[in-house]
Design a protein around this ligand. Sequence first.
Ligand SMILES: [Zn+2]
Length: 206
Amino acid sequence: MATDHHGAPRYTADEALTRLREGNARFLRGEARFPTVQKEVLAELVRGQEPYVTILGCSDSRVPPELVFDAGFGELFVVRVAGNVLGPSILGTLQYAGAHLHTPLFVVLGHEGCGAVQAALAAKFEGARHKARIEVLLENILPSLEGLDGTAPPDVLLRSAVEANVRGTIRTLLETPEAKARAAEGVMKLVGAVYELETGRVRFLE
Ligand SMILES: [Zn+2]
């Protein structure tokens, strides 16, 4: 990841979001465009990358962003980490995406049945203990779970926790100076989304 782009982005944030929605719709219809990658595409990408979106998603093997959005090589700049949490290296990666790749759109992509969010719920409401490094990871999720009703049915609780975790990450990102500046310029959009495991649908949050 070494190529800088100084020109105007190929897509606006809204156009980038439309591309994701359309890609997910093709994926749902079983009409994905990218069964293979042609040599010409690879050759063109040697010259540089200009992804139209940066996605912070979960490491969960069931949520591969390129497939879910029917996107090809060079289109998505992806960070995957359990629970789609932030942390120093991840913030650095996102800063790189903003400052050097100028992706107009940033998406925080949570998903139903997230094991990391589930573990954070167990720590919060059942006092469950985890291995030290996992606890560090969960500390990034716990603040977003404030205000959730621990007596709700487990599936309802997990669903609201997944969404709360996405919204919490968005809130934290919006507080960064870069996000404030770029949002004020109106050139960048930051959106939350939740992937539905059973249907394959991506639900973009308001
Ligand atoms: Zn997950």
